[in-house]
Design a protein around this ligand. Structure first.
Ligand code: HEC
Length: 124
């Protein structure tokens, strides 16, 4: 009986570890697929788009050294989960005439949540 129980634990734990790992990787993968062409998460590292370091809680248009559109600069938005979710769903619907192009938005809510959760963490 004991060895049967041990067998169960042994058989199921790798599967469980796989699920945990998949959840950890979903955010970074989604960010790499959708954002990384234009954005870095490193502080001060502006590319085609401004650095996304500390973006959750940051005022829109405030990465120093980046030349923003008037639409973002004068939006009065402070990025939080709700405003990021709207912007990433439909950038032009949320801030018309912004320069985040070509990027037409992410329709899948789960993918958006994974990316926003990932953006709450910052690399060293
Ligand atoms: C094609 C390049 C490109 C892609 C892809 C892209 N962005 Fe951008 N992003 C930009 C540019 C350019 C701006 C500046 C827009 C402006 O000034 O109007 C910007 C601005 C932003 C801002 C506002 C930053 C601030 O400091 O106010 C956020 C937030 C943002 N992007 C998040 C994302 C996320 C998250 C993704 C992936 C889901 C993404 N972007 C994909 C180019 C891109």
């Amino acid at each position: 009986m004991r060895s049967l129980a041990a067998g169960f634990v042994f058989a199921f734990s790798p599967a469980f570890a796989g699920v945990v790992l998949a959840a950890d990787k979903a955010g970074p993968e989604a960010f790499n697929n959708h954002c990384r062409t234009c954005h870095s998460r490193k502080e001060g590292d502006n590319r085609l788009g401004p650095t996304l370091h500390g973006i959750v809680g940051r005022k829109a248009g405030s990465a120093s050294g980046f030349s923003y559109s008037e639409a973002v600069k004068s939006s009065g938005v402070t990025w939080d989960e709700a405003s990021l979710d709207k912007f990433l769903t439909n950038p032009n619907g949320f801030l018309p005439n912004n320069n985040m192009k070509p990027f037409s938005g992410i329709a899948d809510a789960e993918t958006r949540t994974q990316i926003i959760d990932f953006l709450k963490t910052n690399p060293d």
